[in-house]
Design a protein around this ligand. Structure first.
Ligand code: ASP
Length: 315
């Protein structure tokens, strides 16, 4: 019988148990479990992998703990600009948005791009115009405000620094204590179709319309039934240069690597050499799961039809 499974991440980085309060750890665990349950419920009812990854990501976009949707970080100008992508491994159809504002669930806008735009990637004001045309839910700026992200941004807004999502205030501390708060999901459904979704607020204090790897098909997000579905989290510039998600797929397609072998080769070898910190989640059409990261920790979990349900935070 076809195994169906959902895998999620909520970002990778230097996530240490000693930095975590029991309350925060419980809140993250609960947030991850809610996302897993939402995605798994879709699969259990016979829904598609695409709908499952969307459902899981929406739950994390609505959770202020994660750097995506509601909890997105602030840009240099003190606003939230979000990126998201969705790819269907059965058809290779893809939809993505970059630098969008006030969109409650950027992953649902990426879905509209996939279904109704004849394009793959829309950005900025044009993407927002498309959101209005498609009736995608918008929210006022206040919806995206969180004191924690605001304080992060306030500490560096008068500098040229930009930061990956983290909890410490100065750059030196940051380099010791990087955290990436992007969210993602990959799934394999009852028909053996797979899909990938990623959503992020990007980097604190980013400017000039900076866009990371998340909405770039092949870099932060990729799905192909013949190989794998991958969602990445980490230092976007490095992940783009490594064409990370597609590289894992290519090793499976051309070198016949397993999902686990291909993921380890790219994350633990290639990216490490490039100093590309972060991780990936992956699934193949048999429902095999990969959760590989070269950072200290990664918020992650998976739930499968064989009864397994796991959540992890630390290495
Ligand atoms: N990869 C994301 C970016 O560079 C950041 C993250 O994963 O947290 O925009």
């Amino acid at each position: 019988m076809q195994k169906y499974t959902i895998v999620i991440h909520g970002g990778a980085g230097t996530i240490l148990k000693e930095d975590m309060t029991p309350e925060l750890e419980a809140a993250y665990t609960e947030g991850l479990q809610q996302a897993l349950d939402a995605g798994y419920a879709v699969l259990e009812e016979g829904g598609s992998a695409v709908n499952a990854v969307k459902a899981a990501v929406v739950v994390m976009e609505d959770n202020i703990l994660f750097n995506a949707g509601r909890g997105s970080v602030f840009t240099k100008k003190g606003v939230n600009e979000m990126d998201a992508a969705l790819m269907d491994g059965a058809t290779l159809d893809a939809g993505a948005v970059a630098g969008v504002r006030n969109v409650r669930n950027p992953i649902l806008l990426a879905n509209e791009v996939l279904l109704h735009s004849n394009h793959v990637l829309l950005c900025g004001k044009g993407a927002n115009d498309f959101a209005i045309k498609q009736g995608v839910k918008l929210e006022p700026d206040e919806y995206f405000f969180s004191q924690f992200r605001y304080d992060q941004w306030k500490a560096i807004r008068d500098t040229d620094d930009y930061q990956l999502d983290h909890t410490h205030e100065d750059m030196e501390e940051l380099m010791k204590d990087k955290k990436f708060g992007t969210v993602g999901a990959v799934a394999c459904d009852k028909d053996g179709n797979i899909a990938a979704a990623t959503s992020t607020g990007g980097m604190t204090n980013k400017k000039y319309g900076r866009i990371g790897d998340s909405p770039i098909i092949g870099s932060g997000t990729y799905a192909n039934n013949n190989t794998c579905a991958i969602s990445c989290t980490g230092h976007g510039e490095k992940f783009m240069k490594a064409v990370t998600a597609y590289d894992i797929s290519a090793l499976m397609e051309y070198k016949r690597f397993s999902l686990e072998e291909a993921s380890k080769e790219v994350v633990m070898n290639k990216l490490v050499k490039m100093e590309g910190e972060g991780g990936i989640i992956g699934v193949d059409a048999q429902g095999n799961v990969a959760m590989v990261f070269n950072s200290i920790g990664m918020y992650r979990g998976f739930k499968s039809s064989d009864g397994s349900n796991q959540i992890g935070i630390y290495g």
